[in-house]
Design a protein around this ligand. Structure first.
Ligand SMILES: NC(=O)c1ccc[n+]([C@@H]2O[C@H](COP(=O)([O-])OP(=O)(O)OC[C@H]3O[C@@H](n4cnc5c(N)ncnc54)[C@H](OP(=O)(O)O)[C@@H]3O)[C@@H](O)[C@H]2O)c1
Length: 328
């Protein structure tokens, strides 16, 4: 049966405007780094994506290399866009990226004109799209002149293959320099994507540049890949990311120190009538510094729980003090 999006999909989501831009993003986006590749269940990926859209999650975040195998998460979304979501294309923000190693040889990695142009063409084919909404340079490339990377991003927008430019994993100096070049070229970076969660607040150092240049900001791994949920409080489930083959989260990270902290945060969350995941997401979104957070999920019930965070983004002084003491 043909998919028909939920009638109430715009009733509960918050949409935040990127400073000085026409673009609004949902406070929560859905990321396809895990669980959308060809080794995962297509039916499960479809359920997560479509039900998320039914709840107002209009932004799907991809990259050329998401899988496994690399490229296959874009193929999954490409299939969904063709078979289920074709009539909703204009209600969706599809972002993708290039910057990490994608294919063999000297042209499949970095920030060169050759790599970024070829990679976006490949992404568009996999996604069954004529354009993506946001195209990111995934990480800075110290070997390519920044101007070449920025000129390429501007040209890809001019060619109609992307609507907006994003940058990811740039440090404050690199971001300021990139933005200066983009301005000289008559363009701009609309959004920067970086890691941010209660457990890793180091990227707060980007805030002065983001604020000065009016660049939006979107956080990845806002739940520290599951560490800021109740997933590991009673052991390591066999179907969890830590127990799987991910090189990014290992069982060795579930230490007694981590568990002590997570349990105390969980108690605090309960006092707020939230789950730990909901409190962690509310904490990330509380002061409006972030335009959006990108959720990862292995099943829709996790997204559903996480959406509940939007009901209470306020923290009392007392709660903030307790959190500060715990996070140290
Ligand atoms: N720009 C970059 O360099 C970069 C880097 C990394 C990620 N990203 C983007 O950020 C997105 C999100 O990253 P992420 O997946 O690490 O995000 P995350 O939200 O920190 O972690 C998601 C994982 O946490 C667990 N989880 C989520 N909600 C839960 C809940 N309510 N209860 C229990 N467990 C829950 C699930 O793990 P289980 O699998 O164990 O169920 C889920 O797969 C990616 O998909 C990608 O789009 C970008």
């Amino acid at each position: 049966m043909e998919y028909c999006a939920g009638n109430n999909r715009y009733e509960t989501m918050k949409y935040n405007r990127i400073p000085n831009s026409g673009l609004k993003l949902p406070a929560m986006a859905l990321g396809m780094w895990h669980n959308f590749g060809s080794t995962s269940s297509y039916e499960n990926a479809k359920e997560i994506a479509l039900k998320s859209f039914d709840h107002g999650i209009t932004h799907f975040d991809l990259a050329n290399n998401y899988g496994p195998v690399p490229g296959s998460a874009e193929e999954t979304i490409g299939k969904l866009l063709k078979e289920e979501l074709h009539s909703y294309r204009d209600e969706l923000i599809i972002s993708t990226k290039a910057g990490y190693g994608m294919w063999d040889g000297p042209y499949g990695d970095g920030g060169s004109r050759k790599y970024l142009t070829a990679s976006l063409d490949q992404s568009l084919k996999r996604l069954n799209l004529d354009y993506v909404d946001i195209f990111y340079h995934h990480r800075p490339d110290p070997e390519t002149p920044l101007r070449e990377t920025m000129e390429t991003l501007v040209d890809l927008v001019k060619a109609g293959k992307a609507l907006y430019i994003g940058l990811s994993n740039y440090n404050p100096q690199q971001l300021a320099e990139a933005e200066k070049i983009l301005e000289e070229l008559g363009s701009r970076c609309v959004i920067h994507q970086h890691r941010y969660s209660m457990l890793d607040r180091s990227n707060k150092a980007l805030n002065p540049v983001l604020e000065k240049s009016g660049i939006g900001s979107i956080a990845f791994c806002p739940l520290a890949q599951g560490l800021l949920t109740d997933r590991y409080l009673k052991g390591i489930p066999a179907d969890s990311r830590a127990a799987g083959s991910s090189v990014f989260l290992k069982t060795s990270e579930i230490t007694p120190e981590y568990l002590a902290l997570a349990n105390q945060l969980n108690e605090l969350a309960k006092e707020r009538n939230q789950s730990l995941a909901q409190m962690a997401l509310a904490y990330a979104l509380k002061d409006g510094k972030l335009t959006s957070v990108i959720l990862g999920a292995s099943r829709f019930s996790q997204v559903e729980e996480n959406l509940g965070a939007l009901k209470n983004l306020e923290f009392t002084e007392d709660e903030l003090e307790k959190i500060e003491q715990l996070l140290g």
